[in-house]
Write a protein that binds this ligand. Structure first.
Ligand code: ADP
Length: 404
C-alpha cells in the first residue's frame, strides 16, 4: 500500500497523519497521531481511521528532547510497528515568504530559501524546517513537499498586500501575507461539491479555532485576509490579541520596559480570550464559565468577527455566502448564532434547528446570504498537494504502476 505522511511540526509537538493512496489518487486517512510534550513530558498518541486508539505512550524527557528526536520516535513507530514506509512526506510550513505561492518539492536549495523566512515567523518556521532537514539528511531519496500557510493568499492585489510604509520594507518581505491558507484552499475546493451555487461567488470563510482569521474568497481565490505580516493580526484569538494599535507595542516598550522577547511572548501567549477573560483561552471553558469577564471575552470575539466581516464584504464589493470552519466554527452552534446576528444587516438569517444539528447549510431558505458549516482538513490538503507534485514528477504510466 502506497502512503503519504503529513507532518505538522510545532515547538512542543509534532502532529502527523498517514494517508493511503488509492485508485485515481483518492486519499484514505489511516493514522492520525502526535508526539507532544517535547522536552517536557513526551507522549506519543495515535488513532486509526475510525478514531480507534493505536498508541498512547510516555517517553523519558531525554529520549525526546527536540523536534528531530520526536520525528525519529514517531517515524520508528510508523515504520517498525505499522509497516508504514511513505512514498512522500508533505510538511506544513507556515511561511513561504514572498517567493512561494504554491507547494514545492524540497531540496537543500529550497530549505536555504525557507530559512530566510525564519525572521518572518520565528516561533514556527524553525520547527517546521527541523524535520525536513533531518529527513533530507537521513532519507535523501524520499520526496518531501513544503505546503505553505501563506501560499493561498499570495495572489492578492498589491493594495491588499502592502502596508503604508516605505517600499523598501515591502521588498524585504514586510507584507500582508495572510495565514490559514491550507484551510481556506481546502474549503474553496470543497465548495463546488457542498454549495455549487455560490462556489464561484463572493464568499467569506471564517476559520475560527485557537488561531482565528477570516478570508474573502472570490471565484475560489483569496482576495483579502484579516491576518497580515504575522498570525497576530485580525480577530482576537485564544492567546493573541488580533488587531491592535502599534502604539500599544510602543507603550509596552517605552513605559513598561518590556524587551522584544517579552513583547513577543505577551502578544502570542497572554492576550486574546485568555488575556481578556483571565479564565481561559479555550472557547468551551469560556462558554461554561460564570465569570462575567468570560462572557465579555466572548462578546468581544463575536463583535470582532462581525466588524471584520464588514471589512471583507467591502473587499468583495458584496457577499454571496458565509462559511464557518475550524474548532469553534464547526462545533459551537451558540457562537455561530451570535455571529449570525451581527451579520443580519447583510441579510443573514440562521435556521436555529439546522444550526443546532450542525447541518451543512444552517441559514433559512429566505436568508439573502446562505450560511454554511464546512469542516476543514488542512492535512488532507497537504496530502493532496504532495501527491499531485509527486505525480507531476513521474510520468503518468510510472505513477499508475506505483499506485496499482
Ligand atoms: P487549532 O487547530 O488552532 O488548535 P481548533 O480548530 O482545534 O484549533 O479549535 C480549538 C478551539 O475550538 C478551542 O477554543 C475550543 O474550545 C473550540 N471548540 C472546540 N469544540 C467546541 C465546542 N463544542 N464548543 C465551543 N468551542 C469549541
Amino acid at each position: 500500500m502506497d502512503t503519504i505522511l503529513v507532518v505538522n511540526a510545532g515547538s512542543s509537538s509534532v502532529k502527523f497523519q498517514v494517508f493511503a493512496v488509492e485508485g485515481e489518487g483518492r486519499l484514505q486517512r489511516q493514522i492520525k497521531g502526535q508526539m507532544d510534550g517535547i522536552g517536557s513530558r513526551p507522549r506519543l498518541r495515535a488513532s486509526g481511521p475510525n478514531g480507534d486508539p493505536m498508541a498512547d505512550r510516555a517517553y523519558p524527557i531525554e529520549a525526546v528532547a527536540d523536534v528531530p528526536a520526536a520525528m525519529a520516535v514517531a517515524g520508528a513507530w510508523l515504520r517498525e510497528e505499522n509497516s508504514i514506509n511513505p512514498i512522500a512526506v508533505g510538511h506544513r510550513v507556515v511561511h513561504g515568504g514572498p517567493d512561494y505561492s504554491r507547494p514545492v518539492l524540497i531540496d537543500h536549495g529550497v530549505v536555504s530559501r525557507l530559512e530566510r523566512f525564519v525572521s518572518l515567523a520565528p516561533l514556527h518556521q524553525p520547527h517546521n524546517l527541523a524535520p525536513i532537514k533531518t529527513l533530507l539528511n537521513t532519507r535523501p531519496n524520499l520526496p518531501q513537499v513544503a505546503c505553505f500557510d501563506t501560499g493561498f493568499h499570495r495572489d492578492h492585489d498589491a493594495l491588499a498586500d502592502y502596508y503604508a510604509i516605505p517600499h523598501q520594507l515591502h521588498t524585504e518581505g514586510v507584507r500582508r501575507y495572510g495565514f490559514h491558507g491550507l484551510s481556506y484552499e481546502y474549503i474553496a475546493r470543497r465548495l463546488p461539491e457542498v454549495a455549487p451555487d455560490i462556489a464561484a461567488g463572493r464568499v467569506i470563510v471564517a476559520h475560527l479555532g485557537s488561531g482565528a482569521s477570516m478570508s474573502a474568497i472570490k471565484d475560489g481565490k483569496s482576495v483579502e485576509s484579516t491576518m497580515g505580516f504575522t498570525a497576530l493580526d485580525g480577530l482576537a484569538m485564544g492567546t493573541r490579541p488580533g488587531q491592535i494599535d502599534p502604539g500599544v507595542v510602543l507603550y509596552l516598550i517605552s513605559e513598561k520596559g518590556m524587551s522584544a522577547t517579552n513583547v513577543q511572548n505577551f502578544l502570542y501567549r497572554e492576550c486574546g480570550l485568555k488575556g481578556l477573560s483571565g479564565v481561559s483561552n479555550d472557547m468551551r471553558e469560556l462558554e461554561t464559565s460564570e465569570d462575567p469577564r468570560a462572557a465579555f471575552a466572548i462578546d468581544y470575539f463575536v463583535y470582532r468577527v462581525g466588524l471584520n466581516a464588514g471589512m471583507l464584504a467591502a473587499a468583495l464589493q458584496g457577499l454571496d455566502a458565509f462559511v464557518f470552519t475550524a474548532g469553534i466554527g464547526e462545533n459551537s452552534a451558540t457562537l455561530r448564532a451570535r455571529i449570525a446576528q451581527k451579520l443580519a444587516w447583510l441579510g443573514v438569517a440562521i435556521d436555529p434547528a439546522e444550526n443546532a444539528r450542525h447541518a451543512t447549510r444552517i441559514s433559512r431558505s429566505e436568508s439573502r446570504i446562505p450560511v454554511y458549516v464546512v469542516p476543514t482538513d488542512e492535512e488532507r490538503m497537504i496530502a493532496q498537494h504532495t501527491l499531485a507534485l509527486l505525480m507531476n514528477q513521474q510520468s503518468p504510466s510510472q505513477h499508475r504502476a506505483r499506485v496499482s
